[in-house]
Design a protein around this ligand. Structure first.
Ligand SMILES: [Ca+2]
Length: 98
């Protein structure tokens, strides 16, 4: 099991990352260039009946966008905000059912 996958198991794919407090979510070995700037910034993780897409759009090594999609179509999107003390606060920016 890779480190990322362990992180994922540790934090779960819960519909509410804030509840599980992911803090700074290190994003290793991204595989997708989401914004088309030539830099790989996004990686998808699968865990049974759910998929989590993590993006590090400012390429600082930690995810700043998370989107989870459950098998039943429930989805939620989250954005990280850096706090003055250096910690991350996750804000849910969208949710619903596909
Ligand atoms: Ca980032």
């Amino acid at each position: 099991m890779m480190q990322d996958d362990m992180l994922l198991c540790e934090h779960g794919l819960g519909e509410n990352p804030v509840d599980t407090d992911p803090g700074a979510w290190a994003l290793h070995d991204p595989t997708v260039d989401l914004d088309g700037d030539g830099v790989l910034d996004t990686r998808a993780y699968a865990d049974g009946d759910a998929v989590l897409v993590a993006s590090d759009l400012d390429v600082d090594g930690t995810a700043d966008h998370l989107t989870s999609v459950e098998a039943d179509g429930e989805y939620s999107a989250w954005q990280a905000h850096r706090q003055p003390d250096g910690s991350l606060r996750w804000e849910r920016t969208d949710h619903g059912r596909l």
